[in-house]
Design a protein around this ligand. Structure first.
Ligand code: MG
Length: 165
């Protein structure tokens, strides 16, 4: 494998919201009065993490690995998709150094759920929770995020070669 031992990847996702709940975010069901309009379970945070990992390993993106034209991906658990993406990345000899994520949501407040989501991400990724950063931003009341029409997420992932000792 031609490499210098480290790779960084970036991921972004946005999904529209509709009335209903709960909101599945980072693999955690958060009590909320809106949830995603999406083909899979709509978890934009996990989709951003998937894209960051796939991007770092130059394996494409979530839409390529899990096409929304495939009925098998309808309502699919994004945690399972992330596990599959992680396997593909690990198969190339990469492991995660850390991930850092931002959720852009006017509501709900993320702070009460932050540790739960970080731990859930760490569990899915098989890394220590100290390697998972999670930040939250509002939409400042403007635009589709500020009007609570959508929630978006970004993630960066750093990968290193070989098993960690
Ligand atoms: Mg998505």
């Amino acid at each position: 494998m031609a490499t210098n031992g480290l790779r960084v990847g970036i991921g972004y996702d946005l999904h529209r919201l509709q009335p209903g709940g709960p909101l599945r975010l980072g693999g955690v069901d958060i009590p909320f009065d809106r949830h995603w309009i999406a083909h899979s379970d709509g978890d934009a945070l996990l989709h951003a993490v998937i894209d960051a990992l796939l991007g770092a390993a130059a394996l494409g993106d979530v839409g390529q690995m899990f096409p929304d034209t495939d009925p098998e991906n309808r309502g699919r658990d994004s945690a399972e998709m992330l596990a599959t993406a992680l396997e593909a990345v690990a198969a190339l000899g990469w492991q995660i150094v850390n991930v850092d994520c931002i959720v852009f949501a006017q509501r709900p407040k993320l702070l009460p759920h932050r540790q739960t989501i970080r731990q859930r991400l760490a569990d899915i990724l098989h890394i220590e929770v100290e390697r998972v950063g999670l930040q939250a931003k509002t939409g400042e009341g403007i635009g589709p995020i500020g009007r609570e029409e959508a929630i978006a997420a970004q993630c960066v992932a750093l990968l290193e070669e070989g098993p960690r000792t």
